[in-house]
Design a protein around this ligand. Structure first.
Ligand code: GLP
Length: 240
């Protein structure tokens, strides 16, 4: 695991954005795995700024988001599809048809199978961007999730519901289930960038980097991947 530590979040976001922009310049039809939550927002703002100022071309870029809440329509302002349109896709010259977010409504089992097929048809993910939950979840793969999982329906833990309630009016409005790419789907990405910011992530970052590889801390599985880069600010790296 390569660990890049920066003083401030803005430096973290600039470093991640720079890597993504360079990858698009080298491969205009890059397949990019994306994540939600508050952490990648600054990175998305940097990508938008770069697109506006330097015209980086997203015309052929393909994206796959990690997850979506079950039961939320794509037009629902709390859905991850809406989040991505609002913070990233709507500001780039990306073809909406090339942006994939699991559909949280309808036949969930079929959507899980189809999502994996779509990733396969795109010949896999080149760079997967990840955040991390304070309990070590990646995507919505909560502690205890088998390392053998592909895209599947998942039950959210109470910790996660509480943490994600910052995007809702109250915790009881947070959906309790989601569709998420599985651990195996994530590990198939050629490169993985994980961003973590703030003291609240310091403990889990320490466990992920130096603790045992265990399903009780899902992100620890990244120790088994050949090309993972962590982008941390000093607070998130403070226990390393
Ligand atoms: C959600 C997402 C994760 C994300 C996590 C952390 O649960 N499913 O992909 O990493 O939130 O969120 P934040 O960046 O707001 O701490």
């Amino acid at each position: 695991m390569k660990i890049n530590t920066f003083k401030d979040p803005i430096q973290v976001h600039r470093a991640v954005a720079k890597e993504i922009i360079e990858a698009i310049q080298q491969r205009p039809n890059l397949v990019l795995g994306l994540s939600t939550g508050s952490t990648p927002l600054g990175t998305y703002a940097e990508l938008v700024k770069d697109h506006q100022e330097n015209g980086t071309d997203y015309g052929q870029v393909i994206t796959f988001n990690l997850d979506e809440y079950e039961g939320l329509d794509p037009n629902d302002p709390k859905s991850y599809r809406h989040f991505m349109n609002q913070h990233l896709f709507g500001h780039l010259n990306i073809n909406q048809k090339n942006t994939h977010v699991p559909l949280g409504t309808g036949d969930i089992e079929k959507e899980c199978r189809d999502y994996e097929d779509r990733i396969k048809s795109a010949e896999g993910i080149d760079i997967q961007l990840l955040g991390i939950g304070i309990n070590g979840h990646i995507g919505f793969n909560e502690p205890g999730t088998s390392f053998d999982t592909y895209t599947h329906a998942a039950e959210l833990s109470e910790d996660t519901i509480l943490a994600n309630s910052k995007f809702f009016e109250s915790p009881n409005q947070v959906p309790t289930r989601a569709i998420t790419m599985g651990i195996k789907s994530i590990l198939q990405a050629k490169r993985i960038f994980l961003i973590a910011l703030g003291l609240s992530k310091a403990q889990v970052i320490k466990g992920m980097v130096s603790g045992p590889v265990s399903e009780s801390l899902p992100a620890s599985v990244l120790q088994n991947h050949a090309d993972v880069t962590l982008f941390l600010n000093e607070e998130a790296a403070s226990l390393l």
